[in-house]
Design a protein. Sequence first.
Length: 429
Amino acid sequence: MLLLQGLPPLDMLALAAIHNLVIHQMDVKTIFLNGELNEEIYMRQPEGFVVSANENKVCKLVKSLYGLKQAPKQWHQKFDDVVLSNGFSLNQADKCVYSKFDTSGKGVIICLYADDMLIFGTDQDQVDKTKEFLSSKFDMKDMGEADVILGIKIIRTPMDPTVKLMPNKGVTVNQLEYSRAIGSLMYAMLSTRPDIAFAVGKLSRYTHNPGLIHWQAINRVFKYLKGTMDYGLTYSGFPSVLEGYSDASWITNKEDHSSTSGWVFLLGGGAICWASKKQTCITVSTMESEFVALAAAGKEAEWLRNLIYEIPLWHRQISSISIRCDSQATLAKAYSEVYNGKSRHLGVRHSMIRDLITNGEISVVFVKTQHNLADHLTKGLNRDLVKSSAIGMGLKCKIKGATYMSMKFSRFKKLGLGFDMLMNDKDIG
């Protein structure tokens, strides 16, 4: 299945907030019946449609069909051919993003998610023309202004700057539901809740054998989420520059002496991508662990820069992406011409960072730890620090003049884990 890279399209939502784009949604009916087959494929006659006296004959497929392994690829190829022949350009960084702009700067961007698509237009007329074109080529369902995409609710709402992020007490969970609980939390974290990334990543390591202490920790995360259900990532449109933060916590796991990396990128006032990951290599110092995290952030920055570069809305030249790091030693190592260490894995990362800096794709600058938004992605922090980091990444409650994206918590019920199911476990206080 071909999907837009990442979940959800936060970078596009940030651009929509910056340029005040119209956002509409369409659905393609029976998508896999649209593809053209490049090879000969035969199938048995379907039950109820067997031709009398020719029961042993087979049918030659002339179109793609549900169940074929080629179906997703053929659908995407068909969509490619149709939109590219109409003057759209394919984004080389993400080949499910298409754009079409005229010399006056008016145009549209299409983001494809299998049979769902978002259409971003500079005005309603551009969106309507695109809808009319797509409907003439495919059997489409017009869903109007974008509301929910991939389980994510998109709302433009008033802003209350005095609202503070307040965790609330919740209910406990059944031990047999641990893996399902982690899956539900993972969905929220990957969608619109970077503030729980470290906790979810840490708890997921014990899915194979959770104990009471792990359940107490997971229950704390659900309590926090229930108390902040109305919170979502917000994009006010300012600042309209892409910036990142990188951090690491050395030897956070005493069992295997591994460290944790964390990074986050913001555009238009809100986070568009983030990660909290256990490092796959062993480092012997804080500087080394910080450098591993910086290399991961640099790789993501390179991809984001390539993606935005091909969006016609970005009229000015893209400056180097600033990545903020709270380690002076790591900063010095990044700008050092020569790597004199003995670790091969760090040497490779140093070469990559040096190339990105030399080519003007990124710059690495120092930031104090208390202002590093990636700090809470690498370790558990107290409530005030988590709160300030969350607000810094654009997590706010129904704000004015911004695009607002929140997790629909009905999604938990679709996954079989609703908050009403987390109420009667007496083993967890």
